[in-house]
Design a protein around this ligand. Structure first.
Ligand code: NAP
Ligand code: ZN
Ligand code: ZN
Length: 348
């Protein structure tokens, strides 16, 4: 076994603190890479707080992981020591169900292995995430990272990037479409970048008037303050798509009213409590309500290659791991500009 230094929550009510644990030795098809940077996703906070379901503790969060390969198994073909590497929200899946065969490992019908707060495919061994010094992952679940981009700013692409890229591609959002990105945080700011890159006319819907300038710098064409009833009323029937990245309770009916006839509301945010939807909100204009989860491995690599080609990275605030609790507190207030990334060199 490989001894690893990490940061863990011991229970849902304790702050993260240093924790030593072990990872498996490098198997024939495994890649071990030393973690250099790990993004901080709102899902980390939801999961350590048991917002969605009872978690597996101690929990080492982190699924926006980038670093450098230090060791590969003797059957590994795609990586060698010294390569840059990344891992997102998944470290394994059954590989044989209908969805896995279609490169949709995120929807594995037998249950995929999430990078942390999950179990390996033996359904027994807990997984531990990227708030740690090194990780061992089957090569099929390790992504190639371009040398061209700022590595720390690439980390958030592994979750925030693919989670917004995948639905925009699936619904073919682009030229001629009016896209609203709801919530300007980690996912939201990547949604803006991709929406703009794909040619859509992008509006940010935000509760934070102070984010207007940033939204425009990210490429958004319009900015709407959702706390202002006049601005909300004026946007009625405006958008082909809304990409909803909100992490907390919100009135989805208010936003559905902003869709055009046949418009689609795509939820990627996962608030702890169920949303209340009035059937009339969908009926008036034959609207669709959809949701999307991360992305498969092939599409994640496609997204990373697209970002390298188009020079797209996340806007980040690099933090020391000892400041993680402060970062979470700011995240809860919506004060994220626009992704915290942990410099893993600070984890000693
Ligand atoms: P984040 O950085 O904290 O951003 C969320 C943003 O939502 C905030 O910055 C804020 O933007 C807005 N917001 C917060 N509370 C709100 C409220 N009560 N009403 C309206 N807007 C509110 O979080 P994130 O990392 O982007 O994650 C967002 C959500 O997506 C989380 O629930 C996370 O678990 C989920 N997620 C899902 C997937 C997936 O596969 N579907 C993957 C990753 C994350 P403004 O200041 O602009 O209002
Ligand atoms: Zn995430
Ligand atoms: Zn499967």
């Amino acid at each position: 076994m490989i001894p690893v230094k990490g940061y863990a929550a011991q229970t849902p009510t304790t702050d993260l603190a240093p924790w030593d644990f072990q990872r498996r030795d490098v198997g024939p098809k495994d890649v071990q890479f030393d973690i250099l940077f790990c993004g901080v996703c709102h899902s980390d906070l939801h999961q350590i707080k048991n917002d969605w379901f009872p978690g597996i503790f101690p929990m080492v969060p982190g699924h926006e992981i980038v670093g450098k390969v230090v060791k590969v198994g003797n059957q590994v073909k795609k990586f060698k020591a010294g390569d840059l590497a990344g891992t997102g929200c998944l470290v394994d899946s059954c590989r044989e169900c209908e969805n896995c065969k279609k490169d949709l490992e995120q929807y594995c019908m037998k249950g995929n292995s999430q990078t942390y707060n999950g179990l390996e495919q033996d359904k027994k061994t807990p997984t531990y995430g990227g708030y740690s010094r090194t990780i061992v992952v089957h090569e099929d679940f390790v992504l190639h990272i371009s040398e061209k981009l700022d590595l720390a700013a690439v980390a958030p692409l592994l979750c925030a990037g693919i989670t917004t890229y995948s639905p925009l591609r699936h619904w073919k959002v682009g030229k001629g479409h009016k896209l609203a990105v709801l919530g300007l945080g980690g996912l939201g700011h990547m949604g803006v970048k991709f929406g703009v890159a794909f040619g859509a006319e992008v509006t940010v819907l935000s509760t934070s008037p102070s984010k207007e300038k940033d939204a425009k710098q990210l490429g958004a064409h319009h900015f709407l303050v959702t706390k202002d009833p006049a601005q909300v009323a004026a946007a009625s029937g405006s958008f082909d798509f809304i990409l909803d990245t909100v992490s907390a309770e919100h009135d989805i009916n208010m936003y559905l009213a902003m869709l055009k006839t046949d418009g689609t509301h795509i939820s990627v945010g996962v608030p702890p409590k169920p949303l209340e939807i009035k059937t009339f909100s969908l009926m008036g204009g034959r609207k669709s309500l959809a949701a999307s989860g991360i992305g498969g491995l092939a599409e994640t690599q496609e997204m990373l290659d697209y970002c390298a080609e188009h020079n797209i990275v996340s806007d980040i605030e690099l933090i020391d791991i000892k400041d993680i609790t402060t970062a979470y507190a700011r995240m809860l207030k919506g004060d994220v500009r626009y992704r915290f990334v942990i410099d893993i060199a600070t984890l000693k």
